[in-house]
Ligand binder design. Sequence first.
Ligand code: BGC
Length: 748
Amino acid sequence: MKIKQIVLGLSFIATTAFAQEVPVYLNDKKPIEERVEDALKRMTTKEKVQIIHAQSKFSSAGVPRLGIPELWTTDGPHGIRPEVLWDEWDQAGWTNDSCMAFPALTCLAATWSEDMSLLYGKSIGEEARYREKDILLGPGVNIYRSPLNGRNFEYMGEDPFLAARMVVPYIKGVQQNGVATCVKHYALNNHETNRHTTNVILDDRALYEIYLPAFKAAVCEGKTWSIMGSYNLYKNEHACHNQYLLNDILKGEWKFDGAVVSDWGGTHDTRQAITNGLDLEFGSWTDGLARGASNAYDYYYLAMPYLKLIESGEFSTKELDDKVRRVLRLGFRTAMNKEKPMGSLNSPEHNLAGRKIAEEGIVLLQNKGGVLPIDLDRTQKIAVIGENAIKMMTVGGGSSSLKVRHETSPLDGIREKVGTKAEVVYARGYVGDPSGDYNGVVTGQDLNDNRTFDELLAEAVEVAKSADYVIFVGGLNKSAHQDCEDSDRHELGLPYNQDRVISELAKANKNLIVVNISGNAVAMPWAGEVPAIVQGWYLGSEAGNALAAILVGEANPSGKLPFTFPAKLDDLGAHKLGEFPGNKEEMAKSTSRNDTINATYKESIFVGYRWTDKNKIKPLFPFGHGLSYTTFEYGKPNADKKAMSIDETVTFSVTIQNTGDREGQEIVQLYISDKKSFLPRPVKELKGFRKIKLAPGEKKEVSFTIDKEALSFYDDTKGEWVTEPGKFEAVIAASATDIRGTVPFELK
Ligand code: BGC
């Protein structure tokens, strides 16, 4: 007893003595701000400069003398990128870095489910932890301005409200793992052509109402610990060191306390980087490390050149200290967070999460005559046709490319699901892009086929004729000028003559189901010839299983479009007004890759459905559209009051009933329409949505409570949000064009 007491006493003295010696910055019981200040005051100027730029392709240095660790970043946003060499893009060749690929963010947005977003964030955050990453480079919330943008698949659609609601849970899910999100690409990076030299010109209304809200939600509600500056310019300054975007709005108006990370190679000027809000520089001279591999990082804009400007007296350490505080804060929240979980990779839970998100995001666009779901009990033969039924889609597309532990193709998923119930035959139909590699990750698939288009088509038609159902799986892929970083699509139409294949198949078999794999809208001139169309996105590791579950009706489709499918490009403002991807004359005159190209967003706030509504254009498929295998009936909506004052709220309710014979989920949308305003406003704008599950016959009441924020708009004459008294209308809808009821109300 006595001995135990003595031992306990000694250990108490030892811990207390130790506790006294532990410097504040290493004491995780102390508030982060105290730790930041303590660490800062112990650092030399050189050490400070050392931690604000990269030391390798994806990491930044810590301060070994003080035990402050490195920070490791990773792409993002659909899975954890495989390891590359310290100083090269080539693969490191690890055998334990194959990840789970989650569906692309357009699919996540199409779930319209905040629960799915939280699950996504939590799961990918766990994968990041397992791989010992501190910063996940994503998610992306750039607004879908044109279907030609090669990177739309990494973003969350055309509507600022939807993107804002969907990004917040993703961030929370990731960051609960002690991993920072790095929300990208801030801001106005809406196409890839000339991405380093495009100077975006737009009015403040479009900036505040359309392009910034999702970033603001990420900062103010999601509390993202870092944000990535984009490549383009705004007001003739690169976004990675931009007074307006970073100092005035992000850090000024939104009080962002995290770190601004440059996009890889997005930094161009030391003085601007010092003064205009950049905190952590990555990827400069990625074009071959022009100054020599051994010390290239020392030549970064925020490395030696910065130190020299301090030594010469041109700059004090005022800006430096602010950057260092932010980077330290980021480190305390992540790498030095002792509470963070261990994480897991490819767990059964992640697999299920990936499949669930995929199933909830797939959109049933058209289902004439109830062709879907396929009734396997009455089916003898299914023909699967098209390159995308077999092509691995997790490799390619740029920095979001992955090395996966598994990817189930649509064909394999269908075969597995059908089992012995029916015969599944496959024909290629067309050859698109047989390549399959990115930065040294190879799919290992040999998709070469030397037959002519006519031979492939004839085979497909022959196979289609004798089948009960034909499932054509085509669309885009992750190659350049498709859905791919650093290039945009050339046209809205499908590549590789797929339109012809689809039309011929439609003639050969009346039960044709077209599955479009893409992150973008595509033209569908054959939509009238085909009974069923499914939007299949890039679904990640579980692609085939999720698609098959939808096709045979094991899962009931419940996704809705996060962007408009226009019938033609000119049906969107960005194209109609002719400034995509930039000023045509400047582009034609440009002789150097460094010439700035202006891109004026002439359509202003009228993006997506805001444009088609205003101009009364019928889209091919509208924003918010998606069918189910069951049917939903909407009751008459009502409001709890007819008029509200500026500091009141109003609640709208509507009863939804499942009138079909199977369980399903419906996404009920609330749009607000301002009947009269002194500035032009969209016909209506999304201000609420709910995804509800209903058993056959079941009824549920859905309600939306809004306040003045849902009624306000940005008054660029005053530079502030205003709410104008007057008449409004609440529009309850199943899509942007499928309006089920309206309730007039007034703001006093
Ligand atoms: C992309 C970023 C990405 C970074 C690192 C850049 O080219 O624009 O989205 O996170 O590379 O791979």
